[in-house]
Design a protein around this ligand. Structure first.
Ligand code: PEP
Ligand code: MN
Length: 342
């Protein structure tokens, strides 16, 4: 349930509503907008006691929350959220490009990539230290050594860093080294991990599971917000379909839909979404056109030598080309034919 306070509601009236929500067995979540305050009653309690708040002083209206996700919903917070990642604002006016290798493979590889993506205009660096690989025989990541290299790249370039966390055991050490933690597609519904990440003070990049609906994705984000972490950025990275020519099917409508349903920023990952170098420039432009707040793109100094995801990684020139393409206007509309004078 949502209690919409009137524009003129006093602090005392808001405090009273918060107290009554607690008494009714719900958790109160307050959103202060530029015009009015909204108090959401989340959880399960005595609904009729919340409905009765319609007549409490300072209350404009009490309405049910239509969706199963609550705190991520735009009904609870109509204004868009902006997530600050080490000084880079995701969800603000500018689209944020995050770039770097799938995996951190060596100091030289990461430093060269960090410098190149920065020079091309990226504002954040990515790099996997703990890798979720389909086969246990594939490269699993350098772990702590990679985290140290990422830290050094941050110190050298100033780019905030995002890296994937796969296990609750690694949360503390990852937090000591990077600015943002990624929940990979395979872990979107790892509820123990989500509950733990809800308690940390770092922003989270939450990828959509390859077979998850938008509703399940937003409910995964709800675990983070309801547990106390409001700094969440959603990432569409493609879903499984019958198509085999692309690695995944990039669900661009889901980017627009997630932004319609939620106030959280949404970015797109054309690297995993297509699995093909040749499609990344076009899909990047398309993602921004549908409203993505940014992109996360895999870049490697020599993709043919990459230890993971080489076929979808761009080399430095390829990444510069994507960045140039992002600056181009969309195609102009055809003009109606002028009638031929008789
Ligand atoms: C990655 O970012 O390298 C990765 C493994 O992504 P996803 O979880 O989307 O597959
Ligand atoms: Mn990858």
């Amino acid at each position: 349930m949502i209690v919409n306070m009137s524009e003129a509601a006093t602090e005392q009236q808001i405090a009273h509503v918060i107290e009554r929500i607690r008494e009714a067995g719900y958790q109160p979540h307050v959103t202060r907008g530029s015009e009015r305050t909204i108090v959401a009653a989340v959880g399960s309690g005595r609904r009729h006691e919340i409905e009765a708040l319609r007549v409490a002083p300072g209350v404009d209206d009490v309405v049910a929350i239509a969706q199963p996700f609550k705190l991520v919903s735009r009904q609870v917070k109509p204004e868009r959220s902006v997530v600050n990642v080490g000084g880079v604002l995701i969800g603000g006016p500018g689209a944020v490009v995050i770039a770097g290798p799938c995996s951190v493979e060596s100091r030289e590889q990461l430093m060269a990539t960090a410098q190149a993506v920065k020079a091309a205009g990226a504002s954040m660096l990515r790099g996997g230290a703990y890798k979720p690989r389909t086969s246990p025989y594939d490269f699993q990541g350098l772990g702590l050594e990679a985290l140290r290299i990422l830290r050094e790249a941050h110190q050298e370039t100033g780019l905030p860093v995002v890296t994937e966390v796969m296990s609750t055991e690694d949360v503390d050490v990852i937090c000591e080294h990077v600015e943002m933690l990624q929940v990979g597609a395979r872990n979107m519904q790892n509820f123990a991990l989500l509950r733990r990440l809800a308690t940390i003070q770092k922003p989270i990049l939450l990828k959509r599971g390859p077979s998850s609906t938008v509703k399940e994705w937003l409910l995964a984000a709800e675990y983070l917000l309801s547990g106390g972490n409001r700094d969440v950025v959603l990432c569409e990275r493609g879903i499984k379909t019958f198509e085999t020519e692309t690695r995944n099917t990039m669900d661009l409508a889901a980017v627009a839909l997630a932004k319609e349903l939620s106030h959280l920023p949404v970015i797109a990952d054309p690297s995993h979404g297509t699995g093909r170098q040749s499609l990344i420039a076009a899909v990047s432009r398309a993602a921004i056109a549908v409203g993505a707040d940014g992109l996360i793109i895999e870049v490697h100094p020599c993709p043919e030598r990459a230890l993971s995801d080489g076929v979808q990684s761009l080399d430095f020139a390829g990444f510069e080309n994507v960045m140039r393409g992002l600056a181009l206007p969309l195609r102009e509309l055809a003009q109606p034919l002028t009638p031929v004078p008789r």
